[in-house]
Design a protein around this ligand. Structure first.
Ligand SMILES: [Mn+2]
Length: 347
């Protein structure tokens, strides 16, 4: 069966320890489960923040190429791809602002590139000539990451980095009709798709935002808050996995019931508009869904009987978390295991 592993963010020491704890051993160039009886599924966000990004990519890549793991792409890999891809008008699909640069800094530096020198990273994905080993290595990694699908599903489970959305998945499937299950039916390999995903007016962008960054709803009556970069935000991410039936049963649903991260005091008492409640997504499929992305805090447990977040904030003194899945219809706390940044088993 499957061992699903959450956001690694450059914590290769924790990853190696977690893999060994799960029973994987280094053999023929990659970590593998003895007899190939189990496989890892990674939930994306391998890069940025942590101290060993190159090593993390090496471990993950060897497992995927060696057939002992699959993976979906995370918003950090996606952002790196569009940061390095020219927009055809002299700029980039992701603007090179200071705020964005901050997110890319650790990865650039660990590949030996100077984040403040545009000449150092130019050419990584625009076909220009590369002057350093680091730039060449980063180009290879990004080209490889581009093959990762936006979501995966098979007969017993579904995985996505941030949010499973039937609407987003069917919007994408209308443009690519695949028949093979558990194959990367949708990846960013296609140039047109990658380009359209970066511009808000296209539905590819709408779908990618949901799958990789989560589902948002508007705050009522022009209410807003300031995010950690100081920008005014009029929308908030929600715990899309909540069963809508439990919301409908409440006399009044407030932001405290649905916001993710949890609404602060000012927003907590605001009511959620009826139009959002009526189409609150929830998760209805019989197959469990696994996702990462949301910076949960230990200890680890399922969020619903068929939904589990495996991001327990390894990059913020938290845990790297896995779920040992054997096809059970209801997920349990016992399915989780985790290590800290030093690789110690903590759950
Ligand atoms: Mn993420």
């Amino acid at each position: 069966m499957y061992d699903i592993i959450g956001d690694v963010h450059g914590h290769a020491t924790a990853l190696e320890s977690l893999l060994r704890h799960l029973g994987y051993r280094y053999n023929r160039g990659a970590f593998r489960f003895p007899g190939n009886r189990r496989q890892v599924i990674f939930l994306g966000d391998f890069i940025d923040r942590g101290p060993k990004i190159v090593e993390t990519l090496t471990i993950v890549q060897a497992m995927l190429d060696g057939g002992s793991a699959s993976a979906v792409i995370g918003n950090h890999e996606y952002n790196a791809l569009i940061w390095h891809t020219p927009d055809g008008k002299g700029g980039w699909l992701r603007t090179h602002t200071d705020v964005h640069l901050k997110q890319h800094r650790a990865t650039l530096e660990q590949f030996g590139l100077d984040p403040n020198d545009p000449a150092d990273t130019k050419g990584v994905l625009d076909g220009g000539s590369l002057t350093t080993v680091g730039a060449r290595r980063l180009r290879e990694e990004l080209s490889w990451l581009r093959r990762l699908p936006l979501y995966l599903e098979n007969d017993v489970l579904r995985v996505v980095h941030a949010a499973w959305s039937d609407a987003a998945v069917s919007a994408l499937e209308e443009t690519v009709r695949g028949t093979v299950r558990f194959e990367p039916r949708f990846s960013l390999l296609d140039d047109t798709f990658l380009y359209r995903s970066a511009y808000g007016k296209y539905r590819e962008s709408w779908a990618v935002e949901i799958l990789l960054k989560g589902i948002e709803i508007g705050l009522p009556g022009g209410a807003h808050y300031r995010d950690k970069e100081g920008a005014s935000r009029f929308r908030t991410r929600v715990r899309w996995w909540i069963d809508p039936a439990t919301l409908v049963a409440k006399p009044m649903v407030t932001m405290a019931d649905v916001a993710m991260p949890p609404a602060d005091r000012e927003l907590a008492t605001l009511p959620v508009a009826q139009r959002y409640l009526e189409r609150f997504p929830g998760y209805r499929d019989q197959r469990p869904v696994f996702f990462g992305h949301y910076w949960f805090l230990p200890p680890a447990a399922p969020v619903e009987s068929r939904a589990a977040c495996l991001d327990y904030s390894i990059a913020r003194d938290g845990w790297l978390c896995a779920y040992r899945y054997d096809g059970e219809p209801v997920l349990t706390r016992e399915g989780f295991t985790a290590v800290d940044a030093a690789g110690r088993v903590v759950q």
